[in-house]
Write a new protein. Sequence first.
Length: 128
Amino acid sequence: MSDFYLLQTHLEMTRKILSQEGSWDIINGNVLQLYPVPALGDAVILVYRGLDTGTMHPYYKNWLQRYALAVSRGILGEIRGKYSSLPSPGGGASLNGAALIQQSDAEKEKLKEELLSEIEEPPVFTLF
């Protein structure tokens, strides 16, 4: 078993040295550089812009928090859904995984509709 582990470690180090294993760096906090360079022919520049909650409108910050809560409720429902009940000395406890997933889906749909109804379309400019 130790020979297999040493071989895998050696192969991993060889791939890193020969730059055959993919890696990435962030340049200036917003540009992602990939290694090795993809052989697509054309250069691709990916610029990352994070959300700045300091300049964000409070309504959208609140919406993001409520949406994150709905998503986390769905994740918790999936986790609780793996086990229908937990054994305990008092007869056991049943988990509400399916109910949490349904609540999460309903809340996410409600929030999406709320966001779409609150967003104002930009003015349309026409040239005469």
